[in-house]
Design a protein. Structure first.
Length: 391
């Protein structure tokens, strides 16, 4: 017979205190993409978390307990992900879930975790996940689409392009995202056109004509590779000569090779970017034996570090207790730390720490959203994407 988490906790309460010197490992529930479109990120994310666990176990663990993990696929259908989470929590005693790159998985897990006292870390940027997550146990290390777009829009306004057009495909929560963006840039810029199109349309001549009629200073393309390529072509063929920006994932090498350079030269790309100049990034890369790691792996590293630092600060691995102290180790001043080796002794001595992660500052708003975004700008020149800098 399997012992559920609920039954285990009930038995623990009934056990004499002297028997409760717990030798169980602290078990992290790890949900990384192993199938679907995010599968390319899964191996590095898993390696980053495993590296943190190996490091902390070599230091003697946390609160005298070793750390272990159970790994499942967050790229599976949401129902299967939820079933995996139940097994991790109820059967294996996990009180924290890490990784969770896919939006459907995060959306399904957020209310369940809140109801069951489980901390949820997610690396999805889908805006609707944050809007639907209610409660105090949700933490997102990936800057939301709203934060990224607002950062890009403010940059454009500050560099002489305050009148903006946004064009992108239909999707869940897109209209709410655009309404939020308009609010975020009041006083700095304005959205003169917000056009949601059918991504399967053969061309975007009508949308390009609408842009030309309004003459915005810049166009933000919000689609994916195939539709963005057709949009870039339509805009340049329609005579638009203003600035065009698109997410980096939409301007692929295949897109660039399929389009004439007159359609792509000068296009700016943007993407959330890890803190490559920071100590935590160098440590995270070293833990998995690489010179560079992607943003998803940087987040996975930071999630594992934050979870273990919060457990140390809370004096236990209860989900609500972890959530209650997590911001004490991630923000608000104190000794800046980049890893567990330096942070755990300080926490043990009662010193306030402020973890600066491989993904950047890990400061969370009351709703669990990370509050800062490092955005890398690059520009297409002669068919190649060249870095411009960070904003």
């Amino acid at each position: 017979m399997r012992l559920t988490r609920r039954a285990f906790l009930a038995a623990l309460v009934a056990t004499p205190a002297i028997a409760q010197s717990d030798a169980r490992p602290i078990r992290l529930g790890v949900l990384v993409p192993r199938s679907g479109p995010g599968a390319v990120f899964g191996p590095q994310m898993l390696a980053a978390i495993a590296g943190v666990i190996d490091e902390v176990n070599a230091l003697g663990g946390v609160l005298g307990r070793k750390v272990a993990m159970t790994v499942e696929d967050c790229g599976a259908p949401a129902e299967a992900v939820l079933a995996s989470a139940r097994r991790m929590v109820e059967d294996e005693g996990s009180s924290i879930l890490l990784g969770v790159w896919t939006a459907p998985a995060a959306a399904a897990l957020a209310p369940w975790c809140q109801e069951n006292g489980v901390v949820l870390f997610t690396a999805t940027g889908a805006d609707q996940v944050g809007r639907e997550a209610k409660g105090s146990l949700f933490f997102r290390t990936q800057p939301s689409a709203r934060l990224i777009l607002a950062t890009v829009a403010r940059y454009l306004a500050a560099t002489g392009a305050p009148r903006l057009a946004w064009l992108g495909p239909r999707g869940t929560g897109i209209r709410a995202l655009l309404d939020s963006l308009a609010e975020d840039i009041v006083g700095a810029g304005e959205i003169v056109l917000a056009r949601i199109y059918d991504s399967a349309a053969p061309d975007f001549a009508v949308e390009a004509a609408e842009v030309m009629g309004l003459a915005p200073d810049a166009v933000i393309a919000g689609g994916f590779a195939l539709d963005t390529g057709r949009l870039l072509l339509a805009l340049r063929q329609g005579g638009y000569r203003g600035r065009i920006l698109a997410p980096a994932h939409a301007v692929t090498s295949a897109t660039l090779s399929a389009l004439p350079r007159t359609a792509t030269d000068g296009v700016l790309t943007y993407a959330a970017w890890p803190a490559r100049d920071g100590a935590a990034y160098r440590r995270a890369a070293a833990l998995i034996g690489r010179k560079d790691i992607d943003f998803a792996a940087a987040q996975a590293h930071d999630q594992a570090c934050l979870a273990l630092l919060a457990i140390a600060a809370a004096g236990g691995d209860s989900g609500p207790a972890i959530a209650a102290v997590l911001r004490r180790v991630s923000q608000g001043g104190g000794r800046t730390v980049a890893g567990l080796r330096e942070a755990l002794p300080l926490i043990g001595a009662g010193t306030k720490v402020d973890f600066e992660g491989a993904s950047g500052p890990c400061d969370f708003a009351d709703n669990g959203e990370v509050t800062q975004a490092r955005i890398r700008l690059a520009q297409v020149r002669d068919g190649l994407v060249r870095e411009v800098g960070l904003i």
